[in-house]
Design a binder for this molecule. Structure first.
Ligand SMILES: [Zn+2]
Length: 402
């Protein structure tokens, strides 16, 4: 048989070079034509969301059987492209023997189809791409060419390989993206406030504030101590606002110095504290939620830089918090930080829930477009705003039931 090297556009070009190993005989234009028909079948599978594999069987220059993978559509193991094509070809010839036929299939046949090809006595098969994990025409087994069987098949692989494998690759890439999206959509995104929601540090933090005022020499000027109750009313606000509220008569310079010193003293006091500051069952509940696999945990707070890692370390949840953000890092409002965190993690705010304990938390959630769960045990009143009809929890573990 005279061998001629043909150019089929992209089919023979790999990495920009002509693949000289694929030499086609003079019938190759027919082979291309029939493999294109098999690819057209594969595209029908693709349109149905099935792994795109297509097959045609040719007899006397005529396609007498077509098939494409319909395994999921038909809920049937037998619905492979080759089996369907064999069934149709047998019907067309009114014979189970397909002795003068040639099969064109876009992927190396599996063990079932390779077995059926042998059983049907098909003499020639042209395949497109290899199937390294399931192929039984050489990849795992060679069912088509086993001398122990009564029939052997002439098999050639690599015909329009790049087009056949490109379609499969496209399918699996899209499937991975789709699965990832679905997983994301079904996931519960919980964004937590810290103070009054995860833990209560007002006692120690008030001590840190008092330390700081003495450090910069205004402690005795105030004539009173900052108490936990005073701080509870302020928590949820950015630190500069709290400083303005509690020290309205100090100069901007002093207020700034005070903020810097408070940060240092807070880290010391909270970091050095050996008590469990978290509300009951916070760690256990968060770990249970994280282990469920349908739940992602985030933290957004108005706190200063460094406070969230400290909190996570203290509570023991560093490994389960997916991301966090705070005022001290971005200088943004809580609602803008919630939006920023959502954007960074590919979450629609509407698919997230902010869990907080103050009216400010509720308003931030509304402004960011997230859902809200009110922590009634925290620093706020019984409802975040009058007439609040949303969800609330009286204890942290109730989150397991949402
Ligand atoms: Zn198969």
């Amino acid at each position: 048989m005279q061998e001629v090297l043909y150019h089929y556009g992209a089919d023979l070009i790999f990495n920009g070079e002509l693949d000289l190993s694929v030499k086609m005989n003079q019938n190759n234009s027919d082979q291309i034509k029939y493999m294109r028909a098999a690819l057209a079948q594969a595209r029908l599978a693709y349109k149905k969301g099935e792994v795109p594999i297509g097959c045609v069987i040719v007899h006397d220059g005529e396609i007498i059987g077509r098939g494409y993978n319909r395994r999921n559509t038909d809920k049937c193991t037998l619905a492979h492209a080759e089996i369907t094509a064999i069934r149709r070809a047998s019907k067309a010839l009114d014979d189970w023997r397909l002795e003068d036929c040639t099969m064109y299939v876009t992927l190396e046949p599996c063990q079932m189809c390779a077995g059926a090809i042998v059983q049907a006595r098909i003499p020639r098969v042209y395949a497109g791409a290899a199937s390294p994990k399931a192929g039984c025409a050489g990849s795992i087994l060679d069912v088509l060419n086993n001398n122990e069987f009564n029939h052997q098949v002439e098999y050639e692989q690599g015909l329009m390989e790049s087009e056949c494998s490109a379609l499969l690759k496209k399918f699996f890439t899209e499937l991975r993206v789709k699965n990832k999206e679905e997983k994301k959509q079904n996931r519960m995104n919980l964004i937590f406030d810290i103070d009054g929601t995860l833990w209560d540090t007002t006692e120690i933090v008030s001590e840190a504030w008092n330390d700081a005022t003495y450090d910069i020499g205004i402690g005795d000027k105030l004539g009173r101590f900052v108490t936990a109750d005073m701080l509870k009313k302020e928590f949820g606000k950015p630190m500069d606002v709290i400083v303005d509220d509690l020290y309205p008569n100090e100069t901007p310079d002093i207020k700034e110095k005070l903020q810097t010193q408070i940060k240092i003293r807070e880290q010391e006091r909270v970091g050095g504290c050996t008590m469990d500051l978290a509300y009951p069952e916070v760690r256990k509940t968060l770990r249970t939620l994280a282990c469920r696999g349908d739940c992602a945990i985030y933290i957004v707070s108005n706190c200063q830089d460094g406070y969230i890692p400290l909190v996570m370390g203290k509570i023991g949840i560093k490994d389960i918090v997916a991301d966090y953000e705070c005022f001290g890092v971005t200088g943004l409002s809580k609602s803008d930080n919630i939006k920023l965190l959502c954007e960074r993690n590919g979450i629609e705010p509407a698919d997230a829930i902010y869990i907080g304990d103050t009216a400010g938390d509720y308003e931030s959630a509304v402004a960011a477009g997230t859902d809200f769960i009110y922590a009634r045990y925290g620093f706020g009143d019984d409802v975040p705003v009058p007439g609040y009809k949303g969800r609330s929890i009286a204890a942290f573990r109730e989150l397991l039931d949402i």
